[in-house]
Ligand binder design. Sequence first.
Ligand code: F6R
Length: 243
Amino acid sequence: MQIQIFQDKESLHRAVAQMFIEAVKVKPNIILGLATGSSPLETYENLIKDHKENGTDYSEVVTFNLDEYIGLEGSHSQSYRYFMNTSLFNGLNIPLGQTNVPSGTGDVNETCEAYENEITNAGGIDLQLLGIGTNGHIGFNEPGTPFDTRTHVTALTQETIDGNARFFESADSVPKKAVTMGIQSIMGAKKIALIAYGSKKAAAIRDMVNGPITESMPASILQNHPDATLFLDEEAAALLKPQ
Ligand code: F6R
């Protein structure tokens, strides 16, 4: 794993955005894996700004998002489809038909199988963006998820429900289940960029980097990925062993 530590969030987001912009320029029909949550928001703002100012072209790009809440339609303001449309896709020239977010409604087991097939048929993910939960989850692969899982339905832990309650009226209205790409799906990406900032993420970052590779710390599997880079601020990196 490569680790880059930034003094402030702004330079961190600029660096991640630059990685994505360069990748799109090198391969205009790139397959991107994308995340929701607060971690990538300003990176997405940077991508939109660059698209408007410099015309970076997303017309051939295809995207696959990590996850979606079960029970929320894409039109729901807290669904991840809605988040992606409003935080990124609507600001770029990517046709919405080339953007994939797993559906949280209908036959979700069918969705899981179809989603994996679509990723494979597209040629696999070239560059995957990740955040990390305070409990070490990536996507919604909570601690204890087997490393060999592909897209599946999962129950969210109370820690994750509480962590995401800030986006809902109360913790009670947070969906209790989600569909998520699995650890094996994520590890299949050719290149991975993980964003973490703030002291709340410091223990998870320490455990994923310096701890053993274990299913109880899902992100620790990234130690085995041949091309994963962590983009951290100083607070998130504070508990790392000096390199
Ligand atoms: C989001 C996702 C999650 C988040 C993680 C961190 O699509 O898969 O793993 O990346 O929960 O969330 P934030 O960025 O809100 O701290």
